[in-house]
Design a protein around this ligand. Sequence first.
Ligand code: ATP
Ligand code: MG
Length: 367
Amino acid sequence: MFLSELTVTNFRNYKKATMKFENQVNVILGENAQGKTNLLESIYVLAIAKSHRTSRDKELIKWDEEYAKIEGRVHKRTQSVSLEFIISSKGKKAKINSLEQKKLSSYIGTLNAVMFAPEDLNLVKGSPQVRRRFIDMEIGQVAPVYMHELNQYQHILQQRNHLLKQFHHDWDKNNIMLDILTSQLIDVAVKITERRFQFLKMLQKWAEQIHHGISRGLESLKIQYNPSVDVSEDMDLSKMVEVYYEKFAKLKEKEIERGLTLAGPHRDDMQFFVNGKDVQVYGSQGQQRTTALSVKLAEIELIKSEVGEYPILLLDDVLSELDDYRQSHLLNTIQDKVQTFVTTTSVDGIDHETLKKAAKFFITAGE
Ligand code: ATP
Ligand code: MG
């Protein structure tokens, strides 16, 4: 799939801008603080209905304006669709071919996008929360129903935490509400856990292959899911449910004492190993960056296998950080199959051949 046209209105530092893109490499050139990242962000928001760098949608609206709007035309193998995404103080509005979508889950996935930005290094170096957010956004892109399950989970989790806090002050052994919420929580938790296992298994398959290539065959990458409850990939759902019940039975006193739900998908994490060693702990800066990159490139293949078409790729300030071998390996991998947007402050940072063929856009002060 590819994006042929984009119009942004009141988005970040853009008043109004319309661009036509090529189904190849598009290079976005500009000095610092001109709007390169903002442009990539607008494409990402058009696809995922969320920013990659903030969870506060209000920040996306141009200062002193009421709303922000992103419009795009997407070409898929069999059809062309127009997308529209509006953010205002009243919330979000998403349209496909001018038809408003009641649920975001029916909107997300029309355009698939993978972003690789400097902060993606946090996927390896950052907190478990960053990794969970990554997993959730990516599964959501290929399985919109997952977003629904996650929302459900968050909702039950909040209620359960609220009740645990109440019990902390005022324990009532006749109140069966905790048992009800626990059972509701487990119902959704196992679905989420199972999807995450499946997702990481596929991701691992691709990422290992890609990492092998980027590292000239010297490194092997392994991804491991670390659940907070003792469940494993080969368990069926009913066994998982059983293990979850045992865990919450054991945790009950502690949970009441702390007023918090202490296990579940909101406490799970994943770990990356290069040649058997934890990259977060032992990896060099370059190994950590390569790991993050391999995972992102793996996602492209994963979306292709799930959706049937390659997503678009957004590379923010990344090329210049890679050495020549890694850069040309990256560009060769995606060449001619993935529409790519690359930002850079200087043409020197980009492989000469790629630049010659690319469509080039010069950005100054949001124009
Ligand atoms: P760099 O090369 O430093 O990464 P960039 O071209 O990627 O620069 P952007 O991150 O796109 O720069 O930001 C461009 C400008 O947009 C910044 O100066 C920032 O202050 C401004 N900006 C950010 N949010 C808003 C907003 N909501 N309204 C208006 N301007 C904004
Ligand atoms: Mg930038």
